[in-house]
Structures are given as C-alpha cells and as structure tokens.
Write a protein that binds this ligand. Structure first.
Ligand SMILES: *Cc1c(COP(=O)(O)O)cnc(C)c1O
Length: 372
C-alpha cells in the first residue's frame, strides 16, 4: 500500500522482536498437550509469582474498572524507601522495556547516536532505531561488554550508552570496579543506561551499589524490573532511577497510565516478599549448577552466566543449532535460539525447577544422539 511509503525508513526497516515461543503455540503446532510442555525460553521465574503479590492482585481485581494511579504514588514511595532515593528520581514503566524506550525518546533524534555491545539485549538497538538515531555496536570480548572499547566508540554526536549487567542473552557480568571506572570516564553530557534486570540474582559480592553512584553521576540511569525474580513478567512493570531532571523528562513523555493498577499493586506487595526472593535466588543457584554439570557431562561449551539463564554452544555446522532447537520443541521443551544476537551456534535456556532442568538435559542428550 502506497500510504506506507510515507512511513520513515527507520520504522519500515525495523526487524520484529522474536519472543520466546508461547506454550499455547507449540501445543497447537505439535499437537501436544499444554501440560506436557516446559518453557525455558523467556527467563521467567520457574516458581511463578510471589504469593504475596498474587494475593494482593487477586484482592484488587474488583477495582479494575477504575484507572490506575497514574503517578504510581504508593509504589514510588515504597521504592524510594527501599533504595534511599527521592520519589522524584523514579520513573515507572510498563516493564523496564518501557523505560528504556522513554530514555531513548528523550535523548535521541536523527543524527544522534547511541552505543551498545555486540550480543547485548535486543531492545537497545530497537529503541535506538525507533528514535531515528544511529546505533553503534561495539564488538564483544568473550561474549561480554568490552568497556574500554565502548568508551573508544563514543562519537561527538553520541548521546547514550547502554550497558546490561548482567547481559542477556550471554549472562556476562562486568566487575563493579570496571563498571565504576567506565562510568567515571564517560563524559557527563552522555546518558549511561545501566540495565540491571537480573540484579537480584547476583550474589552480594557481585552487586554494584549503582544507586549510590547516582549521587556522583547525574548522567546515570539505572533500570530494574519486577519481571524476573519477582515473577511479574505478565503484568509488565519495571522502573528507572535517575537524576530528578531526567526522571521528570521521562515522566512527561510516558503515557499517563502506562502501568496497570494490578501491576502497581503486585509490585508493591512483591517488594515485601523477601522469602520469595530468597527462595528464587537459591533455586536459581542450584539449577545453574545442575545445568552446568549437565553441559559438562554432554561435552557442551557454555558461557558462565550471572543471570537466571545460560547460553550453550552446539558445535559443528551452524545448521545443527536450529536442528537441536527443533528437536527440543518436538520433545516439548522450549528454549531460545540466538540467531538475532549474532550467536548462531548458541541456544539459551532459562534455569527451571530441578525436574524441568533434568527433563531439558535428557531431551538435549537424546537430541545430540540424533545429530550424529
Ligand atoms: C528481561 C529483561 C529486561 C526486562 O524486561 P521487562 O520489560 O521489565 O519485562 C530488561 N533488560 C534485560 C537485559 C532483560 O533481559
């Protein structure tokens, strides 16, 4: 249709984001029952949702005819207590993807550029492209962010740098010291987005005190989410913490009711559910060991991960990797192919319950037998 020719080229050339295959879709395609399928493809919490959050959300259901509190007053108050920041520093989003987009929309325009790492989270190039700016992708080092190279890649017109720590889909983590030194060296007129979606999965020793750094670096924005350890991916809620001036601009650009009432209530309750967070953390550690042990036994290389997922490599012809993905699907196990991340030999699996990890490893062993 001719009308679409008037749509700017940066929009028309967007490659659609490929989410993990939904259970319902695989059930339809393969004629499997939904109960027989396990999805280890989207880094969701295998324990489900925080029970405190679920309870609060169920109780709030009768009120969903009303618009949510567009300012998110209560959740922001709780987050500001919890992180020792002012409420004016917080921006709530429809998932943290939403706040990544808001940051790009206020800082980028055609002619500007933003820097990110090879193999970094796919949403960064997406929001850069939507804003009409140029993405500068910096080659990764051992699959992780090469921070000195990222510094060197910054151009006069660069307005933003995206850092995922840990990164998805590689699970790589920059050390707290390296990260701090990097932030120190970035010019104060460039926004640094530090995406810490998996922060709660880090052992204490690896946790940055990034929120403290905000006092020193007004050009820093930290993003966190309720989608991962809190188990609220389906209600879409995340947030950014930034300098009040930046948060103010992001809040002006966001849709007035970008976060749902159920999301606000679920997140507020989830923040108090330490028991659930601790249980999820411990399950993830044990599951990660189970998976890495399994990969070693199968002779598969993997990228050591600091998240709730891990990427492993299928050797030989790159055509083997989609074969393994398809074979796992036929056995009712959904993982994530990483072709769009320039990692055609790798698949990413989310750490599941012990029985799910075992089923995945058994299916993988069967699949590798089929390949030879
Ligand atoms: C999952 C993930 C997010 C969170 O996305 P939401 O929109 O909050 O669900 C953000 N960044 C990275 C790197 C992720 O993997």
């Amino acid at each position: 249709m001719n009308l679409c020719d008037f749509v700017p080229e940066n929009i028309r050339s967007i490659q659609p984001y490929q989410p993990g295959k939904p259970i319902s879709e695989l059930a339809r395609e393969m004629g499997l029952s939904e109960d027989s399928i396990i999805k280890l493809a989207s880094n969701e919490n295998p324990l489900g949702v925080s029970p405190l959050a679920l309870d609060a959300m169920m109780n709030a259901m009768p009120d969903i005819a009303l618009y949510p509190d567009g300012s998110g007053f209560e959740l922001k108050a709780a987050l500001s207590r919890c992180h020792d920041v002012k409420a004016e520093q917080i921006v709530l989003g429809n998932g943290s993807n939403d706040v990544l987009d808001l940051a790009a929309r206020i800082f980028l325009k055609p002619g500007a550029s933003a820097v990110y790492s090879q193999h970094a989270f796919a949403v960064y190039p997406l929001v850069i492209q939507i804003a009409g700016a140029n993405g500068i992708q910096v080659p990764a080092q051992e699959y992780g962010h090469d921070l000195p190279a990222i510094l060197d890649a910054i151009q006069p017109e660069t307005r933003m740098v995206f850092i995922a720590n840990p990164n998805n889909p590689t699970g790589t983590l920059s050390s707290v010291d390296d990260l701090y030194r990097f932030i120190e060296r970035v010019s104060r007129d460039i926004l640094i987005v530090l995406d810490e979606a998996y922060y709660e999965y880090l052992p204490e020793i690896n946790k940055s005190n990034s929120i403290q750094w905000l006092k020193e670096f007004p050009n820093l924005v930290i993003t966190r989410t309720f989608s991962k350890i809190y188990g609220l991916a389906g209600v879409r809620i995340g947030f950014a913490i930034a300098h009040p001036d930046i948060a103010d601009l992001m809040n002006r650009v966001r849709q007035p009711f970008n976060v749902s009432s159920i999301g606000l209530i679920g997140a507020l309750a989830a923040l108090d559910d330490n028991e659930f967070v601790q249980k999820s953390f411990a399950l993830n550690r044990a599951g990660m060991l189970q998976l890495t042990d399994g990969f070693r036994k199968l002779g598969l290389e993997f990228i050591p991960s600091s998240g709730n997922f891990i990427s492993f490599r299928i050797d030989g012809d790159a055509a083997n990797t989609p074969k393994v993905y398809q074979s796992l699907l036929r056995q009712g196990v959904i993982v994530r192919p990483l072709g769009i991340y320039e990692m055609p030999h790798h698949l990413r699996v989310t750490v599941g319950l012990a029985a799910e990890n075992e089923r995945f490893l058994n299916a993988l062993q069967y699949t590798l037998g089929e390949l030879v």
